[in-house]
Design a protein around this ligand. Structure first.
Ligand code: PRP
Ligand code: URA
Length: 209
């Protein structure tokens, strides 16, 4: 069964409060999402493999570590996932970025896929799939299916706010995918919105609606 990590770091929790606040405007919302994505990326990369090296300091030779150069891919689920990409790239500037375009049909809540573009060497990369919101889980499941059908073998899913329903469906359908979240909220409302949540992440990021 996949593991679920809730990042309760004080900086993440503080910034998330302002992300949730309905008075936070587009500019600040975007900046905060970017900052939280960086902080989450710091936590999510704890298990990156290291190689032993020797380095000449001005004093002597030291045994030290460098990243072993694992190939990474970041994949935002469009649109709202885009808001998290730059924040992650600040810590992993060499990562390749793929895109999966999905929107939720407002009536059925089913995800509709409209765009997929991934790095050519999908099978060799470890992927971080990102989206601020995990609600019913339909979009995340469709995106994970899309990545796996193209050869991805190692996927982590990272989001800001998750509903219990979304977490459960990923655990059931993709037990190999670990989930990294900043907050696990209470429930979904009748329209599939997370309660208390932050509203519509795409609209708040891009100033639409
Ligand atoms: C939102 C959000 C997720 C999805 C979550 O996107 O960014 O992708 O809903 O809901 P789910 O877990 O029930 O599938 P939306 O469909 O509103 O598209 P947008 O990012 O283009 O605004
Ligand atoms: N998508 C959002 O943007 N917000 C929600 O609460 C649920 C789905």
């Amino acid at each position: 069964m996949g593991k679920v990590y809730v990042f309760d770091h004080p900086l993440i929790q503080h910034k998330l409060t302002y992300i949730r606040d309905k008075r936070t405007g587009t500019k600040e919302f975007r900046e905060l999402v970017d900052e939280v994505a960086t902080l989450m990326a710091f936590e999510i990369t704890r298990d990156l493999p290291l190689d032993d090296v020797e380095v000449e300091t001005p004093v002597t030779t030291a045994k030290a570590k460098v990243l072993s150069g694992k190939k990474l891919g970041i994949v935002p689920i469009l649109r709202a996932g885009i808001g998290m990409v730059d924040g992650i790239l600040k810590l992993m500037p060499a990562a390749k970025v793929g895109h999966i375009g999905l929107y939720r049909d407002p009536e059925t809540l089913q995800p509709i896929e409209y765009y997929v573009k991934l790095p050519a060497d999908v099978e060799e990369r470890d992927f971080i799939l990102v989206d601020p919101m995990l609600a019913t889980g339909g979009s995340a499941i469709a995106a994970i299916n899309s990545l796996k059908s193209r050869g991805a073998k190692n996927i982590k899913f990272m989001c800001l706010i998750a509903a219990p329903e979304g977490v459960e469906v990923i655990k059931q359908l993709h037990p190999d995918v670990d989930i990294y979240i900043a907050a696990l909220d209470e429930k979904l409302d009748d329209h599939g919105y997370i309660v208390p949540g932050l509203g519509d992440a795409g609209d708040r990021l891009f100033g639409t609606k």
